[in-house]
Ligand binder design. Structure first.
Ligand code: HEM
Length: 186
């Protein structure tokens, strides 16, 4: 039976770690008598700096004007008090809550001051194993179409432009030649 050190359990909707600073008691094994219950030794760095560890699903419950959390680069920020002050407006923050907002945040190109300010709202981090993978795959159709435009029809139409007049010319000469031949025979 393997337990990942640093895994999170929820009690009353909130993730919890055991009260002892370097141990974590997993509730999945609550059926074990206390004498058999095991505490996993945790190194201080596993605990972070006393920050809470959340699961990704927790974010869904904090995406409104009175309770707004952001997930940026694995860290969770409670920006409820910052909504009104945010220079980019509250709407963008609300739209970026309830999901991984890393790309939204980075796309804006926030200043160093903004990154410093973030620390004020940091409340914990998210268990990375609970975060869905980000989709970065480009649609296949667009690459195929570009490819076809460059090679396929381009070359084919050039060949046809050259061949069609030649064929018409050959056909005309052929008709003339056979027409003359028939006349001389009669
Ligand atoms: C804790 C999180 C955040 C903090 C502390 C923060 C802070 C700031 C600050 C200080 C600025 C002023 C410009 C600068 O110094 O870079 C700013 C601008 C802006 N932020 Fe944020 N921001 C946060 C998250 C986000 C997120 C998730 C978005 C989502 C798209 C966002 C969108 C914007 C936009 C659109 C602007 C305006 C940029 C402009 O007008 O040039 N911010 N933010």
């Amino acid at each position: 039976m393997v337990i990942k050190i640093g895994s999170v359990f929820k009690a009353g909707g909130l993730p919890q770690v055991s009260t002892s600073p370097f141990t974590l008691r997993h509730p999945s094994f609550h059926f074990l008598p206390d004498s058999l219950a095991f505490d996993l030794p945790l190194k201080p760095q596993d605990m972070g700096s006393g920050e809470k560890v959340f699961v990704y699903e927790d974010l869904v419950q904090h995406k409104n004007r009175t309770d707004c959390w952001l997930l940026i680069s694995g860290k969770v920020y409670d920006v409820t008090q910052f909504l009104e002050e945010h220079p980019g407006g509250d709407e963008v923050l609300l739209a970026a809550s309830g999901k991984d907002a890393t790309d939204d945040f980075e796309d804006v190109g926030h200043s160093d001051d903004a990154r410093e300010l973030m620390k004020k709202y940091l409340i914990g981090e998210v268990d990375s194993t609970t975060v869905p993978l980000r989709k970065t795959v480009k649609p296949l159709a667009s690459t195929t179409v570009t490819h076809q435009h460059n090679d396929g029809p381009g070359i084919l139409s050039k060949i046809l432009q050259f061949l069609v007049p030649l064929l018409i010319l050959g056909f005309a000469f052929g008709l003339q030649f056979f027409g003359k031949k028939e006349k001389t025979e009669t």
